[in-house]
Design a protein around this ligand. Sequence first.
Ligand SMILES: Nc1ncnc2c1ncn2[C@@H]1O[C@H](COP(=O)(O)OP(=O)(O)OP(=O)(O)O)[C@@H](O)[C@H]1O
Ligand SMILES: [Mg+2]
Ligand SMILES: [Zn+2]
Length: 237
Amino acid sequence: MIKVNGFTTDEEKHYDCPICKDLEYIIEGNRARDCKCREAKNYQRILVRSGISKAFQQKSFSNFSLKGKSKVLIAAKEMAENYVKNFHDIKKNKHHSVAFLGQVGSGKTHLSIAIANDLMKENVGVLYMQYREAMTGLKQNIMDEAYYQNEIAKYKTATVLLIDDLYKGKISPTDHNIMFEIINYRYLKGAPVIISSEYRVEELLAFDEAIGSRMIEMCRGRIIEFEGIDLNHRLAL
Ligand SMILES: Nc1ncnc2c1ncn2[C@@H]1O[C@H](COP(=O)(O)OP(=O)(O)OP(=O)(O)O)[C@@H](O)[C@H]1O
Ligand SMILES: [Mg+2]
Ligand SMILES: [Zn+2]
């Protein structure tokens, strides 16, 4: 490492993003455009502001245990790791999304976040949407058209959207309308979602077939259904 007067020279400094030297924009002529790292960094800042950044970072593949060697756990972890590894090819495909469904406490959120963390490291923007909280926020502002459109646009346009605990709580027709708007937009744009939900495929279809069938098509080949209380990690001795 070269040091000038005890300081590291600019060239020697370590940047998270060497392309923009962590400025998050690139100057081209007399214009500045966003660097590709900007979206992921924005979402990281949202996690920090919500106070869940640390808990989020703690969910990784390396601390996802396969103890008991349950077939579904092995398959789920393998699918999730392959998804990250091949994301840049998978995202071009019609079936570009993943879903972890079923049993409470089985690691659905853990694996979803492990995917998000690894994608974020590669500067792929993954917006974390805590379903119930996000829906409450959207519904509270539904009368303020400009604000509402701006809020819902975040979920529609994120490069990847992680919907955690989909359909948690009571579901009203308004919830279905909001979810349809988000899912249909992403379906048409070919924009990936990572879904965690305690409901299984049949139940997702029964809630709302228009939304459910789009999600299932997007996740085809990458839907994991956990079944059985023995998979509840919270109850593990
Ligand atoms: N295989 C595993 N290895 C290590 N930790 C795990 C594993 N499965 C789950 N956990 C941990 O157990 C807790 C519950 O897991 P998680 O929140 O991912 O479950 P979930 O399926 O999302 O449950 P819910 O349906 O209640 O949202 C978390 O702290 C998670 O990190
Ligand atoms: Mg969960
Ligand atoms: Zn950058």
